[in-house]
Design a protein around this ligand. Sequence first.
Ligand code: 4NP
Length: 169
Amino acid sequence: MKSAARILFVCLGNICRSPMAEAVMRHLVKEEGLSDRIEIDSAGTGDWHLGHPPHEGTRKILDEHQISYEGMKSRLVDKADFSSFHYLICMDTKNLKDVNELITNAVPKIGAANGSSAKVLTFMELLPDRGIADVPDPYYEGNFPFVYELVDEGCRALLKQIKADLALE
Ligand code: 4NP
């Protein structure tokens, strides 16, 4: 039985989708009193916004739902993440491809015997009934409320799965 789960959400800029997922997931985990068992972080594959807080569209929708994003700042995904997180959840299929390439390049350097032990998946794999491959990028397309709807639904599905993995239900 695992005693803890560490989750990293990954998107491109780490200012819109993955910080939204980080904040929502942390909020849900806190509501269930599981903050000491489930750790959550987010990172980006692109470096344009390093050190920046979440995008104002993400902040606005989180404020509307009274979800904290205090202290969150954009950072790059790092090879150390591949061995320290149990779940790498990519917000779209391009992020998944980029993360898999980074893992392939990093594995000899991080010394993992047979690759990263992290489970790498897309966020929308958590919501197969939606029939959507990617969480749309609101940086280009707007529509933060729809992205929030997907993120909230997916985080609830993920929490259920992780609780089962941790034998909490
Ligand atoms: P995100 O959205 O990947 O959901 O954070 C983006 C944010 C910034 C950029 C692209 C996507 N950008 O090109 O700066």
